[in-house]
Design a protein around this ligand. Structure first.
Ligand code: FAD
Length: 357
């Protein structure tokens, strides 16, 4: 069996982002890397979207960028600008193709389907396979999205609808999300924040059909692509060891209040590349604790008072959009954090949650 200096378990978003980052910075010229990925072929399976608050390696995989977004609750809509931090959408197929093409040119990189095919004893392992454990009382962001094409031009392709909470909520939190790529093409997603125990929430297809036909008033359309997923809004139970570091979702790179992970993965990859020569001794890379703290309180409020969440998100945007974007992207300073918390009209819920009343 072959031995490698580094092994990446899971060739998904974080595994491939890390391998690419190491490759383009010449860190695999004299070192070997094994990538373990069971999938048989790479095809489009995700659309990664985020406010671009930091540079990344995948500008050429951006499907579209927007400088305007809206958020709705019943009878109210806010229209907001994000000129400094455009909202970008990455096509996973372009991302996979770009990375695999590059990595295949380096003979020091080997691709394997099963971990049993490589010798791990002396290898440093980057693991991206999360250990979920018990699902009981755990919150998820779960969703289904369809990319639709309409016969007429019906979308304003300059503005995304980030969260439309004006829909059935049940006892959890529910919103629709619309990314118009063209005037006749958009990704429409139904998204829930819940423990996934309520079967009604799983009628994604009916929810999408009803929203597209009755709310967006689109009667003639075809579905070109579908994506479905569930992002854990809790940290998975993977533990870093002496010769092993967790990355991606398994490495706690998800912002628990929003599910945003992609840019955190890119920043983590950069950190690993900068420290690769001393990787066994490097301090664990983490999203700042203050965000973990805020997110846990928000999720506690979500558990106890789910009906308040649409209003909390809506009112959060009473602050400047830049402040909120920085806060949700782990880039805010202390003053901006305080503005967010104290301008939230339901701040007493946060204080109560904080005191666990
Ligand atoms: C449908 C979807 C849409 C998302 N959209 C966004 C978004 O818009 N913005 C955002 O910031 N985040 C988004 N996320 C969250 C997050 O960015 C993604 O989940 C991202 O793919 C996480 O990267 P990862 O490497 O941790 O996991 P993955 O990309 O899932 O990679 C893990 C890899 O491990 C492989 N694997 C599984 N089991 C094994 C095993 N036993 N051995 C070896 N390999 C194994 C899998 O095949 C997979 O390729 C989305 C998530 C989903 C599911």
């Amino acid at each position: 069996m072959k031995e490698f200096n580094y092994t990446i378990i899971g060739g998904g978003c974080s595994g491939l982002s890390l391998a690419y980052e190491l490759e383009i910075h010449n860190k695999l010229k004299d070192k070997t890397l094994a990538i373990i990925e069971p999938r048989l072929e790479y095809k489009k399976d995700k659309t990664w979207s985020f406010w671009k608050t930091t540079d990344h390696n995948f500008e050429d995989c951006v499907k579209k960028s927007w400088k305007n977004f809206s958020i709705n609750i019943t009878n109210k809509t806010k229209y907001l600008e994000c000129n400094d931090y455009p909202y970008q959408s990455i096509d996973s197929q372009l991302f996979y193709e770009k990375i695999i093409t590059k990595l295949k040119k380096n003979k020091n990189i080997g691709f394997f389907k099963d971990i049993k095919e490589v010798k791990l004893e002396n290898s440093f392992i980057f693991n991206s396979v999360p250990l979920i454990g018990s699902r009981e009382n755990k919150l998820w962001q779960h969703f289904k999205g369809v990319e639709i094409e309409t016969t007429k031009n019906v979308f304003d392709d300059e503005i995304i609808n980030l969260m439309d909470f004006d829909c059935q909520q049940l006892d959890s939190v529910h919103f629709f999300y619309t990314l118009p790529y063209k005037k006749n093409k958009a990704l429409v997603e139904t998204t829930w924040l819940s423990d996934m125990n309520n079967d009604l929430e799983m009628d994604y297809d009916d929810q999408l059909k009803n929203y597209i036909e009755n709310r967006l008033n689109i009667k003639k359309y075809k579905i070109n692509y579908m994506e479905k997923g569930a992002i854990p809004l809790f940290y998975t139970s993977n533990i870093d060891e002496k010769n092993k570091m967790n990355i991606g979702t398994a490495g706690c790179m998800t912002r628990l209040s929003t599910g945003y992970t992609f840019l955190n993965i890119q920043e983590h990859s950069r950190f690993i590349r900068e420290n690769i020569e001393n990787i066994k001794n490097v301090k664990k890379y983490e999203i700042k604790k203050k965000y973990e703290f805020f997110d846990k309180i928000l999720l506690r409020v979500l558990n106890r008072h789910p009906k308040e969440i649409p209003n909390i998100f809506f009112k959060m945007f009473n602050n400047s959009p830049e402040t909120v974007i920085k806060f949700l992207s782990n880039k805010s300073n202390m003053l901006e954090d305080l503005l967010i918390i104290f301008k939230t009209p339901t701040k007493w819920l946060f204080i109560k949650a904080l005191l666990k009343i």
